[in-house]
Structures are given as C-alpha cells and as structure tokens.
Write a protein that binds this ligand. Structure first.
Ligand SMILES: Nc1ncnc2c1ncn2[C@@H]1O[C@H](COP(=O)(O)OP(=O)(O)O)[C@@H](O)[C@H]1O
Ligand SMILES: [Mg+2]
Length: 474
C-alpha cells in the first residue's frame, strides 16, 4: 500500500508543476522563447522564435553563440551576472521587441543558463499603456512641483513691515535665528505676525530649499493630533485613512516644522513630541518602524507658556526644549509709529489682490486708527481696512469710514450679549445673531449684499435669517 505523500513531497511536486506550467504559459503566449547554457550557447529555441527571426528551423540554431542567432541579445549578460532582466526593449531589424530574461540556477545555486521570452513582437498595442504612463508621470511631476511651491516659504523679512525700534530689534534677532539652525519660540499676541516671521526665518535659513510645514495645534481635533504629527499606517485606528497617512514631521524632513499655538498641545502628546524632537525619530501610529527625520522647529504661541508651566498645564522639559531662542513680537498698540507703513502695505496688498484701485488714508483717518487698542493686532487692522474699503467708495479713507467699524466708535459690530441669567441657548444664540445682523445692516447702510459679506455668510443665508429671526428693530 502506498503511503500518503509527505508535505515536503507534495510541496516539491507543486513547485515542479508551477515551474513547468509557468514555462509553458510563457512559451505559448509569447512571440518566441529561447534557452542558453552557461556559455550562452543556444540549447533550445521554439519554432515560433525561429520563424520570427527569419530562420529556416529552430534546429539550426543549436550550439551556436546566442549573439550569432539573435543580434543584440543580452542573454550572455544574464548568464554572467546571474541576474534577470525582467522587462527590456530589444531592437531587431529596427523593430522594438519587449523581452524578458531569467537566469537558470543549478542545485548549488550557480548559474547554469538562461531563458528568454519575446513578450511582444509588436509594441503598438502597448502605446496606450506607454502614453498613459507618460501622462501620469507628467501629472505626478507637476503635482510635486506645486506641492513644493506651496510648502515653500510664503514670506520674507521684507514683508514684515515695521521700522519702530521694537521691530528693528526683533528683525535683527530673527535674522540671527535664521543663520543658526536652532529651535525658535515666537511669543506674541494673536495677529502680531508670528506665522509671517516663521516663514521669513525659514526662507532666510540654510533650509530654505526644504519645505516649511505648519501644524496649528489649536485647529486640529485632539484625537487627530497624534496622527497629524507622526502619521499612521493603514488601520492604525478606526476611521484612519485606509492608505495610512504621512505625518507632518515626516513631511517637514529636511526643512522646518512650524508648530503654531503650541501652548494648546495636550499634555499627553507633549512628552511624545518632546521625545521626537530630541531624538529626531519617532514611530507612526500603529507602526513599529522608526522614522528618522531632520527637522528644525519654529514654535509659536499667544499664551503665557511660563505661567502654564507653573500651573502644570505645560511640561517644563518641553518648554525648555522650545525656549532655546525666544523672540517676542510687540503688539501693534506698542508700535503705533508703524501704523502708517502697515496701512500702506496692507492697502497695497488689497489692491493687488482685488484689482480695485489703491486706497489711501487721510491723516484724520490715521488718527482714528491710532486711537484704537488693536487687541487683534495686524490681523485686525487688515480686517478693518478691508471693511472700510468695502463700505466706502472714497479712494482716500477718512475718520468717518473707520468710526462706524471700530468697536467703541459708537456703532459696535459685535453683538451685545444680554444679562447673564440662565436662558435657553437657542434664545441667546438667536439674540446674538439678531444683534450681529442689525449691526452689519447698519454698517452697510442697509445694503444686504455688503452686510452678508461683513457677516461672512451668503446673501441667501442672510435673507433666510432675516425671515426666521423676525423683528430686527429691537
Ligand atoms: N509686521 C507685519 N507686516 C505686514 N503684515 C503683517 C505683519 N504682521 C502681521 N501681518 C499680517 O497680519 C496677519 C496676521 O499675521 P500672522 O503672522 O498670521 O499672525 P499670528 O501668527 O501672530 O497670529 C497676516 O495677514 C500677516 O500677513
Ligand atoms: Mg497665527
């Protein structure tokens, strides 16, 4: 009685079948097949190939050096190196052929010969494939260029307007920071130009050719921050991108990572980030492969990090790691001598962007602006100038153009919230909306398109709200 074959025996049989049927498949579906021995002499050729080569029969090729039979053949190279040439284009009588060549190995691993197949004797059917490939390659190149441009610095020092003593000193320190490859911490109120300065430092640094990649910690939901920084492999967590995703640390490799609003970083992540910054390596979520990077960090915050360290909401070790070279951006109210130059620059940018005529500001207009406390700093100034330009047709903006816009100028745009008794939220929100819409309509002198723009909503939404919120007079 025959005993059941062992696993090894069955495996060997299947392997032999695989080798044989694969060979037969190639042989029958290709335009020709040839085999050579260790000296690159033809030991076998199918009739199809012989016919293709214009020979009388395959038999007459046996024992001849392969190049005698197939000019330009690379079979000898395959035999000599023991390495396959999986896909190649060979020219025969001016015709391109797509060929593949494999070495054959004996028991002890030495190369005993090689087989070659002509996969396509006619590349014309491949033209769609080849042109699709060329087009995809073009698309990829263009996307890469665009991405590099986007990631490149948007601003330079020249764009940081200000010749007050405070600004000159800040720019001097920032230029120095650009020359040394160290961590920079930008401190300052919102709208003082921290992001602008971070880009300028990067653009003036040795890393200018690399990317600058920003993460606004306060804008990313806490549960996504970790993968935002470190990336994730596919299936790392529910809802994760099935293809996995590259973290910002990796994207910033060779360049600068701009850590905006770093004071909003959850404690749990602070230690992981610290380790990544110290070691310049980390593991993406769900991966045990260490990723090494070379990243320079510029961090920014509008919060009092030192106080946060004292109260325990910011890790002191991360604070010291970031606080290597702190730069403090002065608030606008402390450098009002820069107001005029800032207005000129911002109005210039506006005109360039919209194509509208360039606006100016009268001395009286400037005086009104100088009387404001600018809690939102340059960002607020830009918004105020945009609103004034939108609401006024005058080329030269005057006091009256700003008085209606600036809070405290008599007609506040911000909604008045009612007394703080407990009330249904819907009522409070409706009242706040009513107040905001009323103020916008007033500022826009009743022009609904302008009011909608001031509110940052569409005209249709404004009409809808006007009908649902009811009485706007109160
Ligand atoms: N010194 C400056 N010169 C010109 N524009 C500035 C200056 N500071 C800030 N801005 C502009 O004000 C806006 C807010 O600046 P940003 O860098 O985002 O401030 P922050 O990051 O401190 O909140 C941007 O439009 C920026 O271009
Ligand atoms: Mg900012």
């Amino acid at each position: 009685m025959k005993s059941k074959p062992s696993f090894e025996e069955r495996a060997e049989a299947i392997r032999r079948q695989a080798v044989q049927s694969l060979f037969e498949l190639f042989e029958s579906s290709s335009e020709g097949a040839v085999a050579v021995d260790g000296d690159a002499r033809v030991v076998w050729m199918n009739e199809k190939y012989a016919h293709f080569l214009g020979l009388g029969s395959a038999e007459e090729t046996l024992g001849r050096p392969v190049e005698d039979v197939i000019p330009n053949s690379l079979m000898r190279q395959v035999v000599e190196t023991g390495r396959p040439i999986l896909l190649d284009i060979m020219h025969f009588q001016g015709r391109p052929l797509v060929v593949t060549r494999f070495p054959l190995h004996g028991e002890d691993g030495e190369t005993t010969g090689a087989v070659g197949f002509v996969l396509y004797g006619n590349v014309e059917p491949l033209t769609p494939l080849v042109s699709t490939f060329a087009r995809l390659q073009d698309d990829l190149d263009r996307a890469r260029r665009e991405l590099a441009e986007q990631r490149g610095a948007k601003y330079t020092f020249a764009q940081f307007i200000g010749s007050s003593a405070a600004c000159m000193e800040l720019k001097r320190q920032a230029r120095r920071a650009a020359r040394i490859d160290t961590t920079v911490l930008l401190l300052g109120e919102t709208g003082t130009g921290k992001e602008l300065l971070a880009h300028a430092i990067h653009a003036a640094s040795a890393r200018a050719g690399g990317p600058i990649v920003g993460v606004n910690v306060s804008a990313v939901p806490e549960n996504l921050l970790e993968s935002e920084f470190f990336g994730a492999v596919s299936g790392a967590y529910t809802g994760a991108d099935p293809k996995g995703r590259e973290g910002k640390l990796k994207l910033a490799d060779g360049g600068t990572l701009f850590l905006d609003e770093v004071g909003d970083m959850p404690l749990r992540l602070q230690s992981k980030l610290l380790r990544a910054l110290q070691e310049q390596e980390f593991e993406p979520l769900g991966s045990d492969k260490v990723v090494r990077v070379n990243v320079r960090v510029i961090a920014a915050t509008s919060r009092d990090l030192k106080a946060m360290v004292a109260e325990g909401s910011f890790r002191s070790d991360l604070y010291y790691r970031l606080n290597v070279l702190p730069l403090t951006l002065p608030p606008l109210r402390e450098r009002l001598e820069d107001l005029e130059a800032l207005c000129d620059a911002l109005l210039g940018q506006m005109a360039a962007r919209t194509g509208d005529p360039l606006r100016e500001i009268s001395p009286q207009g400037l005086a009104v602006l100088a009387g404001h406390s600018w809690p939102g700093n340059v960002r607020e100034l830009r918004n105020v100038l945009e609103r004034a330009a939108m609401l006024s047709d005058r080329i030269r903006l005057g006091a009256q153009d700003f008085e209606g816009i600036l809070p405290g100028g008599g007609r506040a745009v911000s909604p008045e919230l009612g007394p703080r008794e407990a009330r249904p939220l819907a009522d409070v929100l409706a009242e706040a909306e009513r107040g905001a819409i009323r103020a916008a309509l007033e500022a826009a002198a009743g022009r609904k398109t302008v009011a909608a723009r001031l509110l940052g909503i569409s005209r249709a939404t404004l009409y809808e709200k006007l009908s649902t919120l009811g009485d706007m007079s109160g």
